[in-house]
Design a protein around this ligand. Structure first.
Ligand code: SF4
Ligand code: SF4
Length: 97
């Protein structure tokens, strides 16, 4: 059988709905979850800047709770958090603890 040249092939396309990260709740497969210790928080917002999933909310210019639907438990926020006087304001805990 002779294959068609590219000029003879009928043009076609597959159109599907555009993807949205909103639909993928990365928090559903988390093994560790960050815990916020508010009394050690100096409101530097490093955690908000570094979080790759925008899973740290800011309200009225201040850090608010985690959005656990989208937090995948990577631990970057806990690593970057300076905390107060060396006491971390974010610690990682095993999920379901
Ligand atoms: S653990 Fe990772 S995904 Fe979850 S809030 Fe911290 S930086 Fe964001
Ligand atoms: S990085 Fe730590 S100290 Fe800074 S806002 Fe986030 S929780 Fe608070």
């Amino acid at each position: 059988m002779k294959l068609k040249g590219w000029k003879e092939v009928n043009p076609g396309a597959v159109i599907t709905e555009a993807g949205s990260a909103l639909k993928f709740k990365t928090g559903s497969w988390r093994a560790f979850r960050p815990k916020w210790i508010e009394e050690n928080c100096i409101q530097c917002l490093f955690c908000w800047i570094y979080c790759p999933d925008m899973a740290i909310k800011v309200k009225d210019g201040k850090r608010a709770e985690f959005d656990y639907d989208y937090c995948k438990g990577c631990g970057i926020c806990a690593l970057e958090c300076p905390g107060k006087k060396g006491n971390k304001a974010i610690v990682m805990e095993e999920e379901g603890k």
